[in-house]
Design a protein around this ligand. Structure first.
Ligand code: ADP
Length: 265
């Protein structure tokens, strides 16, 4: 690889300790480089799939001598769907690269309840389509130092998944509460659930448990990796577990923001 320089010095002195640290650093750079390569290759693969479909669909239209209008419309509508998928993937890729950049974040105190109300409102049409009820139990005094966009993104991805991977007539319960110096957001659903073996992998970029289902739901496999990375940027952590007897439960914990008398405005 590019970072293959290693120093080998034996003995228990300071120099060999230094060599050890140098080698560790080299290993870390190598891993970062591998992660980056992997990401680029996964991303290209994800972009190629819809592009290949678009190619196929246009070829069929162009090469079929006399295609009736309804069939043409069918094909064109499929092309539009694939184009939509490309848009969603590229938007999410942009979100992820923006996060990687070193641009400093303008953190402000945000009332999480207000953000959750907005997300709930945005998801109402999607939930109604499948007769899914979204219940909320939201405490008022949960303030987090973050950006509103980031909190919106986290809540939207989790709540949208809870609706998308649900069953007709299912339920989603969103709760927000303070616990000591933490703010806890939980999103539970009565949906299809995630097999135990997949739980550790679902936060990986592009990982999807059921590719077909995710595709049909317009998924990219990037939503949860954005949730995890964004939460971490604000000192938060996300956990997931299976919900009994069915469904999934996600929990995000953030450090609670408490203005201290004189120190802060
Ligand atoms: P996608 O764009 O595919 O939804 P995500 O990163 O948001 O990507 O989620 C990764 C995968 O985890 C999904 O494809 C789906 O298989 C699974 N998943 C996420 N949320 C849920 C949920 N609430 N219930 C069941 N499966 C889920």
């Amino acid at each position: 690889g590019e970072y293959s320089h290693r120093v080998s010095i034996r003995g228990g002195d300071e120099l060999s300790q230094l060599a050890g640290e140098f080698n560790q650093l080299t290993d870390r750079l190598q891993t970062t480089e591998e992660v980056r390569r992997r990401f680029v290759s996964d991303a290209s693969h994800e972009l190629k799939t819809p592009l290949a479909s678009i190619r196929l669909l246009t070829d069929s239209i162009l090469q079929t001598e006399e295609m009736d209008m309804p069939t043409v419309k069918d094909f064109v509508s499929d092309i539009g769907e694939e184009a939509g998928r490309l848009t969603r993937i590229s938007e999410k890729l942009l979100t992820l690269t923006r996060m990687d950049s070193a641009a400093p974040l303008e953190r402000v105190p945000v009332n999480v309840r207000d953000v959750l109300e907005k997300v709930r409102h945005m998801l109402t049409p999607l939930a109604e389509e499948s007769r899914i009820t979204v219940e909320t139990e939201l405490a008022e005094d949960c303030v987090v130092l973050a950006t509103e966009d980031d909190l919106y993104q986290i809540a939207f991805n989790l709540m949208e998944n809870a609706v998308k991977y649900n069953v007709p007539g299912g339920r989603v319960v969103v709760s927000l509460r303070g616990m000591g110096d933490l703010v806890l957001l939980t999103v539970e659903d009565t949906g299809v659930g995630i097999p135990e073996a997949d739980l550790p992998k679902i936060f990986d970029r592009f990982y999807r448990v059921d590719k077909a289902r995710s595709r049909a739901a317009g998924g990219t496999g990037l939503g949860l990796s954005i949730v995890r990375d964004t939460a971490r940027q604000h000192g938060g952590a996300v956990t997931v577990c299976r919900r009994e007897p069915e469904g999934t439960r996600f929990e995000v914990a953030f450090p609670r923001y408490e203005p201290k008398g004189g120190e802060e405005r």
